[in-house]
Write a protein that binds this ligand. Sequence first.
Ligand SMILES: [Mn+2]
Length: 345
Amino acid sequence: MPLKEKTETAGKLERMKAVLAGHKNLLIVLQDFPDPDAIAAACAMKELARVTCSLQSSMACSGVVGRAENRALVRYLGLNLLKLDEQDPDAYDLVAMVDTQPGTGNNSLPLNHMPDVVIDHHPIRSTTRRAPFFDIRSRYGSTSTIMYEYLVEEGITPEIPLATSLVYGIRSDTNDLGRDATQADIDAFLALYPVSNKRKLGRIETERLPREYFAILDLALRNARCYGRCVVSRLEEIENPDMIGEVADLLLRDEESTWAMCCGAHGGKLLVSIRTSEPDANAGMVARRVAGRGGTGGGHSAMAGAQIPLSGSTATELTAAEKKATNRFLKILRVIDTRGTKLIR
Ligand SMILES: [Mn+2]
């Protein structure tokens, strides 16, 4: 009998199962401020671990789910997202990490705790190679797509909520399949979309927004400055860091800019989001260089982020850090006009 040709995912699934087998519980670690892709990928990981190895999974992250849409998604899925700082990773048999990697700076698993499983679509970090199992596919637009392939390989038909979250994860990480998306993302989307709850998805995406949202937007627009083909804004000290990425997305829609950067301070760090619409750009590399030696940064070709430790918490120190990050950003992109003009005059 001819052997069935194994796909990339099939071989990896076997190896992942070997790592998961014989254990009882699993802690799934998400990014500090999880986005729909991270949330969906964690749910798929939980289902995969349950079906293949009867594992009980908990999910944890350090930050908050800030964005109203993401909170609506978590509510819809009925998730109990634990606080990572209140969990002892050693108390779990296994730890998995999805949509992030050890030491990237956007998750809070202690560096001395190597996860057993790492599944992500960001560029691979050298530390990740020490994990007993890792599957890093940086060409994929979302981790949800990778997780979808595992579900298919295992013969799991996702229930409606899981399918809906995976659709949302793929859509939001790829800007509706228009940014950093590959055929694998399109295939996953097309297979999952018919199973998803379209009405619910529509409601999640148009979730009502707190008044504070508009206040931050106002600040973002007032602080926005244009430097050549770049538009930059700062949100100062911010409670909900998800707004940083959201503002960067919005600023990139300025018809006169092809690069956008937004930053804000949270938890003793300056968090930076970078976006570009230039086809051959490498936003991840720009983010790494903006982060410099003291910080961490990375991402994809069109969207990326950086985390830079702040030297202090005074307004002066924050302004200095924002300025430094902006100047680095402009220097990397060889922008001559470093004085800039207000976006809204
Ligand atoms: Mn992602």
